[in-house]
Design a protein around this ligand. Structure first.
Ligand code: ADP
Ligand code: MG
Length: 553
């Protein structure tokens, strides 16, 4: 028998990291800016607890393209690294300085917003660069250092006098196959996608700004324009603030900041804010949806400490909430892992059920605060609520408090109100409540009217998932039965105190029925002779309830 250690050499691992660690090459920039942000936040923390005795100032991160020399620079004013630290943090693949920092400053730093996790982010630079340089000067009084590596496991590290100010500059020598990352528009696109709400200001180029004219300036005075930093991000997006700091207007303007191409106003928002048993913040918006299930664009965005992770949130938020918009930010959502991992992740499951509960609570408070307004919005939100009711048991259980059942006349009932209202006359001989509904007010008008004339309430349930909703209600609630107004068993369902006296005798009835049947000549329909005393129509053409529903499914 032989025993030994499997020899994992860096030569073998390096190409693997380059190729497979991230499926998307473009995320290198997100990773490097995350590191620059961490370096800045660490300095902020160390100065705040008095461990770093330097001026924190107003640090920013700069991204610069040097197209001519095929270089991309990422420059920060954070804590920097000493030579020893470069050896420790950079030369050791998969050693995370971020985790070490959080471990060391446990309690005080737990809300510092540090992003890093796995100690692999830095190496994503080699997905797009053939050579990477680090020039860094620590906040500690030590010489600056210069590290160079061409993607092989060999590197050089030496002291340098070239950098005198604190912080780190990463220089990527962009590889032949990645020159897209030397294009202005491409970098701008990436910064907007991943870094739009990161907590440290990010400069990309400059822009012109017109200075206001001085007081009392001559009429023909020309305003002066100056170059100012072009900051691409909003370091304090609405979801990072306390709900008490925000007005309705702030929520709306953040919505448009999030979806610049979306011109419609959201109906309302839900501010999420938990710190136990997991951390999560965010704002969800109910858009005006109507019966529109098109959710291809403007999806919910997932962030980790203000870094964009993905807008493919399937499996993370419950399906029905994918109809909403907004952001969810949680440090517990891992940045770098695959979708299937995310779905199996315990933290993610808890997040999902928390959000469901929070949305249900919000609905209850909305309807209680202003029932009239809620009713007005119902048509635009019902699809989300109904979808939630059929797909999430916990949501269904609470839905009696906020799910509305509108009638064809524009009244809105909560479930128990509806029961109370129809109990006296819409009960069949077995004591089941019979709930009449229509799915299309115009098409089924000739059935709705006679039912109304008889004093029945007719619900108008017209969203595309109504057949499923009805099924859910019938299987979950006791002694109820739905019947579409044009279904054939309606008259049998409802208890009648007095027998109906028809104006036609049996022979006349038979022949009328036969004549109508022959003229419609379609076996799918049933001709039903009406109780002629209570309606003008001598007969109605109906279909079995199950066929009505099948068509809708
Ligand atoms: P992680 O961010 O998950 O810790 P990375 O591979 O992205 O891992 O980075 C490794 C470590 O290198 C960081 O934790 C940090 O200690 C150090 N580092 C990387 N970039 C910088 C930077 N711009 N300034 C200071 N330290 C940095
Ligand atoms: Mg990192």
């Amino acid at each position: 028998m032989t025993k030994g250690n499997i020899n994992v050499s860096v030569e073998n691992i390096f190409p693997l990291i380059k190729k497979f660690l991230y499926s998307d090459h473009e995320i290198f920039l997100r990773e490097l800016i995350s590191n620059a942000t961490d370096a800045t936040l660490k300095l902020k923390h160390l100065t705040s607890i008095g461990e770093a005795k330097v001026e924190y100032g107003n640090p920013k991160i700069e991204v610069k393209i040097d197209k001519e020399n095929k270089k991309l620079h990422i420059i920060d004013q954070g804590i920097g690294m000493t030579g020893e630290e470069v050896e420790k943090y950079i030369n050791q693949v998969a050693f995370s300085g971020a985790e070490e920092f959080l471990e060391k400053y446990k309690d005080s730093a737990k809300d510092s917003g540090i992003i890093g996790h796995f100690g692999l982010g830095f190496y994503s630079a080699f997905m797009v660069a053939e050579k990477v340089e680090i020039i860094s000067k620590s906040y500690k009084d030590e010489p600056a250092v210069h590290w160079v590596c061409d993607g092989s496991p060999e590197f050089t590290l030496e002291e340098t006098t070239a950098k005198t100010d604190r912080g780190t500059e990463i220089i990527l020598h962009i590889a032949e196959d990645s020159t897209e990352f030397l294009e202005d528009f491409r970098i701008r696109e990436l910064l907007t996608k991943y870094n739009k709400f990161m907590p440290v200001p990010i400069k990309f180029g400059t822009k012109k700004e017109t200075l206001p004219l001085p007081e009392g300036a001559a009429e023909d005075a020309v305003a002066e324009t100056v170059d100012v930093d072009n900051i691409i991000n909003n370091p304090t997006p609405a979801w990072t603030k306390a709900p008490s700091e925000l007005k309705d207007e702030d929520y709306k303007s953040f919505y448009h900041e999030l979806y610049p191409m979306q011109f419609e106003e959201p109906l309302f928002n839900i501010h999420l804010n938990v710190d136990y048993p997991f951390n999560l913040t965010g704002i969800l918006y109910f858009p005006k949806l109507s019966n529109n299930l098109n959710i291809e664009k403007d999806k919910i965005q997932l962030y980790q400490n203000q870094v964009f992770v993905t807008d493919e949130v399937k499996g993370i938020v419950p399906d029905f909430l994918m109809l909403l918009r907004g952001v969810i930010d949680s440090p517990d959502i891992p940045l770098n892992v695959s979708r299937s991992y995310l779905q199996a992740d315990g933290a993610v499951k808890k997040i999902s059920s928390y959000i469901t509960k929070k949305v249900a609570d919000k609905m209850v408070s909305l309807i209680n605060e202003n029932r009239e307004d809620y009713e007005k919005k119902w048509n635009d939100i019902k699809i989300v609520i109904e979808y939630g009711m059929i797909s999430e048991e916990k949501f269904f259980e609470k839905s009696d408090k906020f799910a509305l059942y509108p009638t064809s006349e524009g009244k809105y009932f909560l479930w128990n109100e509806l029961e109370e209202k129809i109990k006296p006359i819409q009960t069949d001989k077995d004591g089941n409540l019979v709930i009449l509904y229509a799915t299309n007010a115009d098409e089924q008008h000739s059935y709705i009217q006679p039912a109304k004339d008889k004093g029945y309430e007719v619900l108008l349930l017209d969203s595309p998932i109504v057949p499923h909703l009805i099924q859910k209600l019938e299987t979950s609630k006791e002694k109820i039965q739905f019947a579409r107004v044009d279904a054939d068993h309606i008259n049998n369902l409802i208890k009648k105190d007095e027998p109906v006296i028809s104006k036609l005798n049996e022979t006349e009835k038979e022949s009328l029925k036969k004549t109508v049947e022959e003229s419609i000549n379609d076996k799918k329909f049933t001709v039903q002779l009406e109780d002629l005393d209570s309606t003008d129509a001598p007969f109605t053409i109906t279909q079995p309830e199950f066929m009505r529903r099948m068509k809708d499914m």
